[in-house]
Design a protein around this ligand. Structure first.
Ligand SMILES: [Zn+2]
Length: 224
């Protein structure tokens, strides 16, 4: 009878969900050394686990690090490839090259948990949106006021975007490391902004290509 394969819950990049994974292989390494004062010994180690998603068969390696100097039971966990915390939106490929290029780097930064870089990138996307829609207005506040004046955004949107810009400003100038929650809020704003813009552009294209209805002529005689 074949040995039972252990399963664990883990985030799958391909499924985008926490799924059951088969534990295919484990390999552990450990070492120890004396503390500088020679009065005690420090132990540490790592366990590498080869995981396979039960749903889609995607494979990943989980590294679990521990050290006798850490709080009891605490450990570090790293995945290869890194787990994707946010997936690209479904409409990503339909965006313009400029947006795709910027956003692609933002998602890579998010994947590596480089939150300051991701926030700076988010601000750059908003800068680009302002530039493309209403041109250089001199500063962000004027740019956003113009966006609101021209009907691209409502007051609420403006306040939300301003919050995103302030967060990006803090990230670039005051060594502020945004929390995951802040970053998620900013990414929600940007993705909504671009999606609405894309839908508006699609509606405009549809309108231009829809033939105008010809008014029915009242003088036209019916064929006998
Ligand atoms: Zn999967």
């Amino acid at each position: 009878m074949a040995a039972e394969i252990k399963t664990v819950k883990s985030l799958c990049n391909r499924c985008g969900l926490n799924t059951n994974h088969h534990v295919r292989f484990n390999h552990s390494v450990s070492d120890s050394c004396d503390t500088p004062d020679g009065e005690s010994i420090v132990d540490w180690g790592s366990t590498y686990t080869f995981l396979e998603c039960c749903g889609c068969s995607d494979v990943s390696i989980r590294r679990h690090d521990w050290c006798s100097e850490w709080d009891h039971g605490s450990y570090d966990e790293t995945f290869y490839p890194p787990r994707v915390s946010r997936r690209k939106p479904s409409y990503f490929e339909s965006l313009s090259e400029e947006y795709r290029s910027l956003l692609g780097e933002i998602y890579t930064a998010l994947q590596a948990d480089s939150r300051q870089l991701a926030m700076m990138g988010a601000r750059a996307v908003i800068d680009l949106f302002i530039l493309r829609k209403v041109g250089d207005q001199g500063d962000f506040a004027k740019g956003m006021a113009k966006l609101e004046q021209d009907g691209y955004i409502g007051k609420l949107d403006k306040d939300i975007i301003k919050a995103a810009i302030d967060a990006g400003h803090a990230a670039s100038h005051r060594a502020h490391i945004p929390s995951s929650k802040e970053l998620t809020a900013v990414m929600d704003i940007i993705e909504n902004l671009l999606q609405h813009d894309r839908l508006a552009a699609s509606a405009e294209t549809l309108r231009k290509h829809t033939p105008a209805r010809t008014p029915r002529s009242s003088s036209k005689k019916e064929t006998p």
